[in-house]
Design a protein around this ligand. Sequence first.
Ligand code: XMP
Length: 519
Amino acid sequence: MQFQNNKDKILIIDFGSQVTKLIARRIRDLGVYTEIITPKENLSLQSYKHIKGIILSGGPSTVTNKKFPSIPKKILMKEIPILGICYGLQLIAKIFGGGIKSAKRKREFGRAFIFEKKKSLLTKNFFKKNKSVWMSHEDAVVKLPKNFKIIASTKDSKLTIIENKKKKIYGVQFHPEVTHTDNGNQIFKNFIFSICKANKSWNIISQKKMLIEEIKKIVKRDKVICALSGGVDSSVVALLVNKAIKRNLVCIMVDTGLMRKDEFKYTYNLFKIKHNLNVKLIDASKIFLKSLKNKTNPEIKRKIIGKLFIKIFEKESKKISKVKYLAQGTLYPDIIESRSSTGSKSSKIKSHHNVGGLPKKMNLKLIEPLRDFFKDEVRILGKSLGLAHVISRRHPFPGPGLAIRIIGKITPEKIRILQEADHIYITELIKNNLYDKIWQAYAALLPVKTVGVMGDSRTYEYTCLIRAVTSEDGMTADYFNFPKSFLDKISNKIINKVKGINRVVYDITSKPPSTIELE
Ligand code: XMP
């Protein structure tokens, strides 16, 4: 959906950094639309009208190699302001004749202290609230390109911020987009408002009407189906499409039996009664359980669930006549991740279960109204569509559900135990005002039984693992630092109330090296 074509925008060219998405988020949060493209994409000159600035991201490549990802110099020579970050700075230096060295001995990873050398529009009010910046580089610019000046240095990297004021080309070696850089947002504010002169014209709610009109125009009188899971993304898609085409939307809810306690019933009632959606509920829990019997390998579990879900969804949708479209809650990060900036496919860690394989098989056209948005924006959109707070604030929940949170064999008894423990944990997080401070929290059941003592008797029961992480986008995560009193309370409540668990452990690993889910 190309509805934002008439808006001021900042273009981000992604050279493969892990944190490019954060640049886009920071700028959108400031009220300016951004799009991320790869250096290989055709930078069509026609679209320059609304591009107020270009940001070159960081990336794993080095300009000291013979071949390195780049963009045509003529783009940098347009009257459009440029900001290079990390690799982006090195690329600017390379293109304009500066010197770059592989700085093995002077590489900087982590915090670095920065000293102002010269005033610049880019750094106005930045140093006032800055103690340190976040670095992650091996190469360093060692010779200033012609017509550039040094704005700031660190101990190990003299050319940490450089500018060509006349051409409005700027480069920073550190990452202003990560929260570890103090006051990093000021760099973006200065760049987009003082240098690029972009207008604040972006907010997700202002897009709602346009999105609804767009859906109406595309779908006309045809029918649309949607797999509704009760997560934020599919719920917002359903409400949005429903606003556009009402009864011609049919939502299918497949109950895998692997959802959290009472979640399915609650979601079904909410959509059916409060939102008056056309919802078809399919109870497939027995089939899922049967197919998963004795399966312990995480990838096999994931594949079984993914395939079965598609099979059931396909069968049910065939019962509805004249369906032409499938509405899906694809988000902007999914779109960015599905194309690689360097051409290499990153190694597959887990087979994600989503309905991506459906349209090809079913000969349906896709509508993905959320494909330009980040999760936080979708939550705001959901709120403005009247979506219950319980759902719009919900932590992410994986498609395979509790199957990947019950390590080893899955049985109805284990599902019951985990549902109870998870329910207690999440309820306490909400009661103690912790839920919204955490990006994702859940309980898992480990396949180990250990000895305990309750009353005067020996117990031999399962171990419950609780996890809580902070994150920006799920790509990296840190474990949440609970007060000891909360951990005490949770452990106590779970053990006292859930028969089958006699030990509670808290997962204190970040991602990487762990992943957020256990399987
Ligand atoms: P990991 O475990 O890879 O998870 O660190 C990152 C985020 O992705 C979620 N996740 C999934 N979401 N289908 C989904 O829709 C899946 O198969 C799936 N597996 C993991 C996970 O909950 C976390 O938010």
